[in-house]
Design a protein around this ligand. Structure first.
Ligand code: 5AD
Ligand code: SF4
Length: 334
């Protein structure tokens, strides 16, 4: 079966059956092996603030959630996390946070500059949401090379059912376009099984990514959070997520595709399953343990164990069982 030649309807059909999963998995794995061998890239994730001015209906960090204790790391704490990560062997850091108004360019630019000077051989990745083109340009100038910003869903009506009116798909797309034009390696992606999502929405997501051609594609199952409007919605499906990872690998052979924390939360062996279906990136957490449990996008988010960057050796051992080799590398697209 050539998935590249399927019509939209056929692709939507393919998404709702497990009949071809073995075939998809084998093809995805062969492509992944051809391009990246057995290598697994790791990113040190620093969740530096859980303040957010936005109010996404699915996310536990939404501003209307008053049951969350908010935290913000200081510049020194962030730099310390990075130093620790560097010593552990990480050559890329992901500075991830909610859209925290405290982190203006005046605060963020000097931080990125300092990080870049301390560790010039590290790829600095930002994941701090929607900002102006000028802001993205300044941060790029300061040394940030990559930017993660999921589109969440490529269908405007679906987008409007997941976000308040103040947040629009068109602005999200504008941001992604700006980031690309400014020379960032861009990561985008979507949640699998978010409320109201149809198989055709997922086909639209794939088409959107085909237009954008991002270097990185992050997907994970939607997981409900008790303090959000979607508290009673079912979680995304494991097998559908894995099927999509395989399809994305087939459509984007060179992409950097993580086995996400959400996947590892849904299934204990989620990371391994993600790898088996074509993922090639893991993002262990470098956030200080004292605040890590407050970065709760969804309920039961896994922390500790091999999720900790500090446990990189254990993660290496666990991956080695399946023949994967975690490498000390910036992990650029190949
Ligand atoms: N379940 C799964 N993923 C979520 N995200 C936010 N909330 C949830 C949730 N409840 C994802 C979004 C966002 C990324 C940082 O985390 O896709 O882009
Ligand atoms: Fe804020 Fe991001 Fe959560 Fe939306 S998904 S509420 S922007 S942290």
């Amino acid at each position: 079966m050539q998935v590249e030649n399927l019509t939209n309807d056929q692709l939507a059909e393919l998404l709702v059956t497990d009949r071809y999963d073995e075939e998809l998995r084998r093809r995805a794995l062969a492509l992944r092996r051809k391009i990246y061998g057995n290598k697994v890239f790791v990113r040190g994730l620093i969740e530096f603030t859980n303040y957010c001015k936005n109010n996404c209906y699915y996310c536990g960090l939404r501003c209307e959630n008053k049951n969350l204790q908010r935290y913000r790391l200081t510049a020194d704490e962030i730099l310390q996390c990075a130093d620790e990560g560097y010593a552990l062997g990480f050559r890329t850091f992901v500075l991830q946070g909610g859209e925290d108004v405290y982190f203006t360019d005046e605060v963020l630019v000097p931080l990125v500059t300092e990080l870049h000077h301390r560790h010039p051989d590290v790829a600095i990745t930002l994941s701090v949401g929607e900002r102006s083109r000028e802001s993205y340009a300044r941060l790029r100038q300061a040394g940030a090379e990559r930017y993660l910003l999921r589109h969440e869903t490529a269908n405007p009506d679906h987008y409007a059912r997941l976000h308040p009116v103040a947040q629009t798909l068109s602005n999200r797309k504008r941001c992604l376009q700006d980031l690309k034009e400014l020379g960032y390696a861009v990561g985008s992606g979507f949640m699998v099984g978010s409320p109201f999502q149809t198989p055709m929405n997922l086909v639209e997501d794939i088409h959107f990514l085909q237009e954008l051609q991002p270097a990185m594609i992050g997907i994970g199952p939607f997981l409900s959070h008790r303090d959000t409007p979607f508290w009673n919605e079912p979680n995304g499906d494991l097998q559908l997520t894995l099927r999509l990872i395989a399809l994305l690998r087939i459509f984007f052979p060179h992409a950097l595709i993580p086995a996400t924390t959400a996947l590892a939360t849904l299934a204990e062996n989620g990371r391994e399953l993600g790898m088996a279906y074509g993922a090639n990136v893991l993002m262990p957490n470098l956030t200080p343990a004292v605040v890590r449990k407050q970065y709760l996008l969804y309920d039961n988010k896994v922390t500790g164990g091999v999720e900790d960057a500090q446990s990189l050796e254990q993660l290496k051992e666990r991956m080695a069982i399946d023949g994967w080799d975690i490498v000390v590398d910036r992990g650029d697209v190949q």
